[in-house]
Design a protein around this ligand. Sequence first.
Ligand SMILES: *Cc1c(COP(=O)(O)O)cnc(C)c1O
Length: 392
Amino acid sequence: MLNKDLNKNMIPLSVPHISGNEWKYIKECLDTEWVSSVGKYVDKFESAICSWSGAKYAVACVNGTAALHIALKLVGVTPGDEVIVPTVTFISPVNAVRYLGAEPVFMDCDKYYNMDVEKLIEFIKKETFFKKGQTINKTTNNKITAVIPVHIFGNAVNLDRLLPVCKERNIKIVEDAAESMGTCYREEALNGRCTGTIGDIGCYSFNGNKIITTGGGGMIVSDSQKYAEKARYVTTQAKDDSLHSIHNEIGYNFRLTNIQAAMGVAQLENLKKYLKIKKCNYDYYKAEIDEILGLHLAEVPDYADNNYWMYALQIDKEVYGKSREELMLFLQKNNIQTRPIWHLNHLQLPYKDCQNYKIEKAYDMLDKTLNIPCSVNLKKESIDQVIRNLKC
Ligand SMILES: *Cc1c(COP(=O)(O)O)cnc(C)c1O
């Protein structure tokens, strides 16, 4: 089911909510004719993301995929390198690896849909060796430069476990926090730190379906001034002298416009409110759904305060009597938009020949999961309608 199938009675899966200063700030851009990729809202959005996340530096990008592409480039991914990625994720971070001529190595997921950190550590220990400051894949003899933990559905990856291993093995961490804006750790060493700010570089997305949106947009965050300056440089065509147009490197046109940033500033003002609504709706759904025989709403990690971006319904088809596919079609007929999780990336045509490590759980999670409506502006009547239909 895609958005083209939506009619006006359909309860959508995840749509933007525009209720704050969006019109006012965008109007100001138009009135002042500051519409392009330079302007006060770009600066404001970047500093607002810094204050929100606690990152020292932020560089606005045209979208989250571009942010990931540049982040991988900055940490030193070059052609022939390998980057560890989850098989359960939107394909964007996997594609970003290939944009640089590098190869993904796929990992299984855990019960939160995130990359299984224990299996990943096992892979690093058993399947790679460390030589001259580099981690080398025993199977391919290629260098493993980076890992991309993706905080799926807003669930924080257990980075506390991963950090020391990556540090010891000189594997850079590029966090894909596209879905987890607002999720922060609440335990042990990472207590109070937000997803996206733990690794070497973090990336956010402000695509239309994310918890806050700029229509399309992304952000690179880091505590490293070196990475931030380089990110700014390569996303603006690598200008060494803008007057005489000197470019000593290949750059990209990846900057966010002032109009989009204006929307981002307005959206971010409401993030706290959105987070409350998302949690409240999750709790309401969960209490009702867990009463239905054969259905369960996926738990979230207890070591973080979740942003509850997406709600994952889990179906035990033997007990419930309908498979995921049957339930999806049934709900569609009843004007409720749902979506299975992404096809596993190690099976996608461009990546089917890449290495993968002991992928087991991901198949089961794919088979039993259906994402249900989760927009910030979801009405209580709509949630009740979803629950009523799940009970049928
Ligand atoms: C949305 C998303 C991205 C980036 O998406 P853009 O549409 O390019 O902003 C990257 N990774 C994940 C996991 C996502 O969900």
